[in-house]
Design a protein around this ligand. Sequence first.
Ligand code: GLY
Length: 417
Amino acid sequence: MRVLVIGSGGREHALLLGLSRDPSVSDLHVAPGNAGTAALATNHAVDVASADAVVALAREVAAELVVIGPEVPLVLGVADALREAGFATFGPGARAAQIEGSKAFAKDVMAAAGVRTAHSEVVDNPAKLDAALDRFGPTWVVKDDGLAAGKGVVVTTDRAAARSHAAECLEIGHPVLLESFLDGPEVSLFCLVDGDTVVPLIPAQDHKRVGDNDAGPNTGGMGAYTPLPWLPDDVTRQIVDDVVKPVAAELVRRDTPFSGLLYAGLAIGADGPAVVEFNCRFGDPETQAVLALLKSPLGQTLNATATGTLADLPPLEWEDGAAVVVVIAAENYPGKPRTGDAIIGAGGEGVLHAGTALDAAGQVVSSGGRVLGVLGVGADLAEARAQAYERIEAIKLPGAHHRTDIGRAALDGEISI
Ligand code: GLY
């Protein structure tokens, strides 16, 4: 099977790595890819937000399966264009992708599906902002009602900071969503969805804040681990039955069936799971850890989802043990990152590339905020962490930073529900 992957991050590098292990996958292409994906696939410099350009590339490489990683092309309808052109495509069409593209749409679907989520209000008029803020907080949760690569959310006990983020969004014409704060540890549960068939992967936990002990601003994600020793299996089943299946069914009812990966981000509070957000694609960096433990062939799994035969797929198989990914970020990330620095150790084992490129001399340089993800896999969380942090020692990037506590609270038994 010839597979074309769309995207350029650590998630796409992990998808390619998983696909390369599937004996049914013969040929891998990626657009645009990064310096690391070039070792596994042919990189193609194509604008992935352009449906015409992606369809032309799929034709050129005679793709038998196209896997779309990031949300932007999904929300722009690239999957619709590929399906119309006859390509088996992993990823939802534009209407179903609104589950991530519009937080207001997601709330509406959840209300109709009877799914627990935070109480929320949309504010689109600056004159109504102060009164709305008074109805929330502390803690305030302010979300840009659009795609913001994980950085559009501010969670704060400081009303002035909440106000300032909301005002900035409104100034650029984006409505904001104010939400009640959901307490409890967070879980990312990725589910393959094909209409109303739902197959969960193993749950993971992201670390969204930039600094150790959850200090500093939100990022796209600084590291993740899987599975979650503190999360009972029946809670995972409850999330599938009470959250993901009803949402998938509601999308079918609205004649916008979801096909691809539905990512439920939840807080597990005293009253059970409640949805923080839905995404319409694999999460980054959780995917890097989750796929490291997948034993089933990834190409066949994604193809079954893309071709509407997910219900016929044998149960997914997983390695025992645990996986951890630690993100190495460029100086100043999540602000405007410093780029163009040479990276030493980027070719090491377990190193997944995200914001990297090859310079004119063929050297790997940083080209984005999240530069690398370093994986560790072991018999348990302690071993997996130890391996990831040991591998990081061999990597040198001027000004880079990473969290030193990925998975630590779970390992120390500090997370309970
Ligand atoms: N891990 C956060 C995200 O993928 O949005």
